[in-house]
Design a protein around this ligand. Structure first.
Ligand SMILES: Nc1ncnc2c1ncn2[C@@H]1O[C@H](COP(=O)(O)OP(=O)(O)OP(=O)(O)O)[C@@H](O)[C@H]1O
Ligand SMILES: O=C(O)c1ccc[n+]([C@@H]2O[C@H](COP(=O)([O-])O)[C@@H](O)[C@H]2O)c1
Length: 198
């Protein structure tokens, strides 16, 4: 008899989450509730391969903010699987690890439209192209028809969200309010810890 996990299709949203914001949350919840996915796991990457960020919060702090943000949403889960893996964090390696840990689960890669054009340069791109369904959430300013050779890419029709972690960090550095750009609990924690504030 099939176990509940055997039929599960889970979306993986990889990110720096520096910090998590409402854009991530709307995206993740949209994928978890309006597609064939039963859940979305937010994978916090200690170090994204292409990103050189000077103001990267320690991964444990970023994970904590993700956990605060998704508390109470049964369809979302935060993962620290990359914390004990080599850096930078390559998605194909994490995918292999998660497939090993969850043999009954079928994983789908979720990404924002800004990362789509770069996918062919990711480690193991040919495996990603052929082995995975990729669900894309469009992002303002980025074309989504850039990978005609990736037949497993599917772009969802969803409201565009012009929110980024960069904007949150810059707002904090400028002393501007980030209310509603991140959940209240996250804003309070950022303020209490003084993250990105000068
Ligand atoms: N507003 C958004 N619309 C669509 N996708 C998004 C949005 N914000 C983040 N994403 C996607 O979420 C994933 C993780 O993003 P990430 O943690 O790098 O956040 P970010 O806001 O892009 O950060 P930064 O501004 O620091 O570059 C990526 O696939 C990214 O494309
Ligand atoms: O595996 C790769 O080669 C690869 C290259 C670029 C980005 N990624 C992953 O994509 C996620 C989002 O990337 P970024 O740079 O927008 O934060 C992040 O978690 C990275 O680990 C992965």
């Amino acid at each position: 008899m099939a176990t509940p996990e055997a039929s599960q299709r889970v979306g993986l949203l990889f990110g720096s989450f520096n910090p998590i914001h409402t854009g991530h949350l709307i995206l993740a919840n949209f994928m978890a509730t309006r597609t064939d996915l039963s859940a979305v796991w937010l994978v916090v990457s200690p170090q994204s391969p292409f990103k050189v960020e000077e103001e990267l919060l320690p991964e444990a702090a970023r994970l904590s903010l993700v956990e605060l943000a998704i508390a109470g949403n049964d369809r979302l889960r935060a993962l620290d699987v990359e914390f004990t893996m080599p850096r930078p964090s390559y998605t194909i390696d994490t995918l292999d690890e998660l497939r090993r840990q969850h043999p009954g689960t079928e994983f789908v890669l979720i990404t924002g439209g800004d990362n789509l054009a770069g996918l062919p340069r990711w480690k193991g791109a040919e495996r990603l192209r052929t082995e995975l369904d990729v669900y894309v959430y469009p992002r303002p300013g980025f074309a989504v028809d850039v990978l005609p050779d990736w037949p497993r890419v599917r772009v969802v029709e969803a409201p565009l969200l012009d929110i980024s972690a960069t904007f949150i960090r810059h707002s904090l550095q400028a002393g501007a309010s980030i209310r509603y750009l991140v959940p209240d609990d996250v804003a309070q924690e950022i303020e209490a810890k003084g993250y990105w504030q000068r």
